[in-house]
Ligand binder design. Sequence first.
Ligand code: ZN
Length: 451
Amino acid sequence: MKQLISRLSPLRLAPNSAGLDECVRILQEELPFKIYEFKDESEVNGWIVPKKWEVLEAKIRDINGSIIYDGMGHNLAVIGYSQSFVGRIKATELKKHLFYTEAFEDALVYHCDLYYKPFRKEWGFSVPKQVYDSITEGEYDVELRTSFEEGTMKVVEYVLEGESSYSIVLNAHNCHASCCNDDLSGVAVGVEAMRRLSKLAQRRFTYRLIIAPEHYGSIFYLSRLDDEEVSNIKWGIFLEMLGNDNKLALQRSFIGTSLMDRALTNALQWVAGDWWTAPFRKIVGNDETCWEAAGYEIPFPSLSRSDGKSHFPEYHTSYDCPELINEARLEEAVRVILEAVYILENDSIMKRKFKGLVALSHPRYDLYKPFADPSEPDRRTISQMQIKWNHLMDCIPRYFDGETRILEIAERHETSFRNIFEYIKEFEKKGLVELIPAPATNPVPRELPPV
Ligand SMILES: [Zn+2]
């Protein structure tokens, strides 16, 4: 995953650029993505696909002709979607067009506002704060040439068909030049998760990985779907900022209680290290807002890493580089996604095929979870986990009511879905119960008696 991030990070990514086209080409080497193209200046609800934008020349010279800043030196050094400007201007005027971050003296800030407000005809450079401070008086010659050409914005989609046309979307964005954690980390995690999902012998749901420029990609992708295609997309996960050392963060969907929220919660509880959660749009803002938009309303939690303050110190700066990315952190995110998928794939309701108390310790069943027994030397003291499982064993047959989901049992008994599922599968093998795939709808959480 880190290798892919390092390969994509030198590209001059933008919503519509040669760098984005090259990114699409590289992604196709990873997985057989399908490409959707949207012509520049196409519009949906006031969102306008930007023109294909490139930087051709970007120098600031002092009055003696010495170059004091060359904006060709880094992908972020000219602000995104900057207009051209050639002319001699005073230091005070020049400084109105220089943008910097306070976070690090020598870093460049990622300036993306103009991509989303093409009606703002501005030009500018992103400079280290020390360069900004060094410009005090006098006049400067600016030679900034950019081009705005016809071209298409590319959205790529990789589909893994399942038995059902009900889909689960993984989405990440690929439009921030030279920003690795935000969000080439999400791109790499999405690719790896799909690669592993492709190896599953059986899939109940269809999976779609969509990699696209932030907002524009999701908005235009959704705009080409008909109502039936939209209603088949059951849930999604937005993937971002997954490679740094912050805790994993689950930002819940708008309704907050969708099956995807609940599956991710159980997955995080049992396969992740430290993590935290907060409601919709309280951790980070990305394309979940497009999928959740009125009329679509697809529950779309987001999985990221965040310190709850500024996301991460290097956020939207040139310090968001490959060295920041930790492969083990990416791997943990993949594990959480796959565990949530495991839950959704296997969540079932159970139909009982017996009546009354079954002697679970009978060799025919061999389903007994022992409790403490002072007469048995190896059972005089037992662990908290054994106590929990003994209690579960007593409760589980009551859930074979054709209504309760395994995920509900896991939530109620604060246990991993996987362990309960495996235990109930044993009941099925012994002919005590029939498992039926749980409905792919978002149930209203039910009040069950306290345990
Ligand atoms: Zn960003």
